[in-house]
Design a protein around this ligand. Structure first.
Ligand code: LMR
Length: 328
């Protein structure tokens, strides 16, 4: 890719438009669903694109399509297996049709903080999960952090009883559906790109997401407030098609793998700062954030944690034990 085309791509990246790769370059389309500004995935994908296009110029060229401009998460993995896109970073909740082990990441209150998440993902157990979908044609290249999720609704949520009878948008995940049902509420699976409209029009009453998604998608504008529950994880797997990856020459694959690894380490190390920025941005924009007393938070733990029992066989007791040992 020429310097001029790179500049055009970086400018265009913010809106999702694309610049051309040069003839002969391996084109790597990276599709994702979030915004680019301030967002952990948007920032990481842009950095990955910059590095690939600078360091692999003439060999490979990356085009990043943010904001669901190319595919929604429910389409992107099929598109990858069809060879229409080469990389993506869907949330871990979106992989359950490929491997039930990933359900561990959706279990409520599984990780005490992002340091525990990082340690688990980098443990032998976590690293083995990158290869758990190989028989379905997908290879994980790295975990990218986003953060812990908070609940929001069109009324104040201080105790689990406050959620009773409400409709909550969830990602398409059996664990997330079960945890909303556990609250006596109704889970409504829905694509990320549809959530703002559904909250605005009252199709759903509430949702759960990270500070960066609540800020980036402006959910706080159409909710009464956000309750700081930190009840679950939303992280990503950078994923590629195993066939496409195997088709690359060794030196190309090694260079790409190194860049992905370095970007992963750099951006994951910055997650606390990015998270805090987005939380503050919500407040600065007039959003309401409600903090819980230790007793109130414990009530959410008591209400939701029983769903673990439903998924222990899928996830493996030994994996739960490994995650809990890291928390300790
Ligand atoms: C969601 O669907 O809420 C998230 O997976 C979106 C994202 O990629 O952060």
């Amino acid at each position: 890719m020429t310097a001029c085309a790179t500049a055009a791509l970086l400018t265009a990246g913010a809106t999702g438009a694309m610049a051309a790769c040069d003839d002969g370059e391996i084109v790597i389309k990276f599709s994702h669903v979030t915004n680019t500004d301030k967002h952990p995935k948007g920032i990481a994908a842009t950095l990955l694109q910059e590095r690939v296009n600078a360091e692999m110029d003439g060999v490979a060229c990356m085009e990043v399509y943010p904001n669901s401009t190319l595919y929604n998460d429910d389409q992107v993995l099929e598109a990858m297996l069809n060879g229409d896109v080469q990389m993506a970073a869907p949330s871990l909740s979106k992989f359950e049709q490929f491997t039930k082990v990933f359900r561990i990441f959706d279990l409520p209150f599984m990780f005490v903080n992002m340091d525990a998440v990082d340690a688990f993902q980098n443990s032998e157990t976590g690293q083995a999960m990158k290869e758990s979908m190989l028989r379905r044609g997908l290879l994980g290249l790295g975990f990218w952090h986003n953060g812990l999720k908070q609940f929001s609704a069109n009324k104040p949520l201080l105790l689990p009883e406050d959620a009773k009878g409400l409709k909550f948008r969830v990602q398409p995940s059996e664990v997330l559906k079960a945890q909303i049902a556990q609250l006596g509420a109704s889970p409504q699976p829905m694509a990320f790109s549809e959530v703002y409209g559904a909250l605005q029009t009252g199709v759903v009453d509430g949702q759960a997401n990270t500070w960066s998604n609540i800020y980036g998608q402006k959910f706080f504008e159409v909710q009464d407030g956000i309750t700081e529950t930190n009840h679950g994880l939303l992280d990503y797997m950078v994923v590629t098609s195993a066939d496409w990856w195997d088709s690359l020459d060794d030196d190309v694959r090694d260079q790409l793998e190194t860049i992905v690894m370095e970007v992963t380490e750099e951006r994951n190390a910055a997650i606390a700062e990015v998270d805090a920025d987005n939380r503050q941005a919500i407040l600065d924009a007039g959003g309401t954030i409600r903090e819980l007393t230790p007793e109130q938070r414990q009530a959410w733990v008591d209400a939701m944690k029983p769903v673990w029992e439903q998924f222990t066989d899928d996830v493996g007791q030994e994996n739960i034990d490994a995650a809990q040992a890291i928390n300790a």
